[in-house]
Design a protein around this ligand. Structure first.
Ligand SMILES: O=P(O)(O)OC[C@H]1O[C@@H](O)[C@H](O)[C@@H]1O
Length: 291
C-alpha cells in the first residue's frame, strides 16, 4: 500500500511577526549567515520567501540546504518578487545579465515548484525551471472593488500592453488606454510620456504596472493624464520598493496607490493601500501548519 505523506512544513523567510521560533539565524563576525532549523521537518516543505537584498538569498540557500539535510524531498519555493527581473537584458557593454544569475542560482536548488508573482517580463519565466506565474488579476480586481467606481485601465508603456489586455479580458472587457515612455536613446532617461487618447472624459484612471521604484514613470504619466481630463488617478503595482516619496506621487496627481508587501512590510495609509502578498499565492490549504 502506498502511504501518502501529507506532512508538510512551511517556513516564512523573513519570519512572520506572529510566528514562533522555527529556526535560528544569525551572522558571524566576518559576515557569513548561519541557519538552523529547530525541529524535524516533513518530506514536503514550502518556503515563503520575500527577497530583501542579496543577503536574504544566502539565507534562502542555507534554509534549502538545511531542509534537504533533514530529508525534505519536495520543496516548493514561493518567491513573489523575483530579484533581477527588471535586469532582463544587457543594455550596455560590460553589464551583467542579472536575472539569469539569480535564476541559475534558484534552478540549481532543484525546487519542486517555483511560484513567482507578476514578473517584469517573460524573460524570468523563460529562465526558471518548474515555474508557476501568479498573475496580478486578483490584486487588481480587489483594488477596483475597493475603488468602487467604473474605471479605465491605463497601460504605462509598450511592455505592459500584452498583460493589460489580458487583464481587461479577465475583468469583463474594461477599456484600456495605452501610454508610452519617450526615452533619450543615448542615456535611457525618460524625456516625455505619450497618452494615446485626447479626452479621458473625467473618468477614474487606473494605472497598472509590475513595480513602482523611484516612481518617475507614474508621476510623469499622472501629469499627462491630468492634462487629458481624467478623473481620479489610482496606481496599482504588484511590487512596491518604498523608494518613491508618497508626497511626490500625490503631488503629481495620483490619488491613491495599491500594492503588496511582496518586498517588505509597509504600513497602509489613506494614500497607500498595502495588501498581503500571501493572500494571492496559491497554497495547498491542508499544508499550512509547520511541522
Ligand atoms: O519609474 P519607476 O518607478 O522608477 O520604475 C518603474 C517602471 O520601470 C519599469 O521597469 C517598470 O515596469 C515600471 O514601468
Amino acid at each position: 500500500m502506498i502511504m501518502m505523506d501529507l506532512c508538510s512544513s512551511r517556513f516564512y523567510l523573513p519570519r512572520l511577526e506572529n510566528k514562533g521560533e522555527e529556526y535560528k539565524q544569525f551572522q558571524f563576525g566576518a559576515g557569513e549567515s548561519h541557519f538552523q532549523i529547530l525541529s524535524q521537518t516533513g518530506r514536503h516543505a514550502e518556503i515563503m520567501f520575500r527577497y530583501s537584498g542579496d543577503q536574504s538569498i544566502i539565507q534562502l540557500l542555507l534554509l534549502t540546504d538545511a531542509l534537504k539535510r533533514q530529508g525534505a524531498e519536495e520543496i516548493d519555493l514561493y518567491i513573489p518578487y523575483f530579484p533581477g527581473a527588471r535586469q532582463d537584458r544587457v543594455c550596455n557593454p560590460g553589464e551583467a545579465l542579472s536575472v539569469k544569475v539569480y535564476a541559475d542560482l534558484i534552478n540549481r536548488q532543484n525546487f519542486n515548484r517555483v511560484f513567482i508573482f507578476d514578473p517584469h517580463s517573460d524573460v524570468t519565466t523563460a529562465l526558471l525551471n518548474k515555474v508557476h506565474v501568479v498573475k496580478n488579476h486578483q490584486l487588481i480586481e480587489q483594488a477596483i472593488e475597493d475603488i468602487g467606481e467604473k474605471v479605465l485601465l491605463i497601460s504605462p508603456d509598450a511592455g505592459s500592453n500584452k498583460k493589460i489586455f489580458e487583464l481587461s479580458m479577465q475583468l469583463g472587457g474594461l477599456e484600456v488606454i495605452r501610454a508610452d515612455k519617450v526615452r533619450d536613446v543615448s542615456s535611457g532617461k525618460i524625456i516625455d510620456t505619450e497618452v494615446y487618447c485626447n479626452d479621458l472624459g473625467g473618468k477614474t484612471c487606473v494605472i497598472v504596472d509590475d513595480i513602482c521604484s523611484g516612481g518617475r514613470t507614474f508621476m510623469e504619466l499622472a501629469k499627462k493624464l491630468k492634462n487629458k481630463n481624467c478623473g481620479r488617478i489610482i496606481l496599482i503595482v504588484s511590487h512596491y520598493e518604498g523608494v518613491a516619496k508618497e508626497a511626490d506621487l500625490h503631488a503629481s496627481g495620483i490619488d491613491a496607490v495599491f500594492s503588496t508587501n511582496s518586498l517588505k512590510d509597509i504600513a497602509s495609509s489613506d494614500f497607500l493601500k498595502i495588501k498581503d502578498i500571501w493572500s494571492f499565492m496559491p497554497f495547498m490549504p491542508n499544508q499550512g501548519v509547520s511541522k
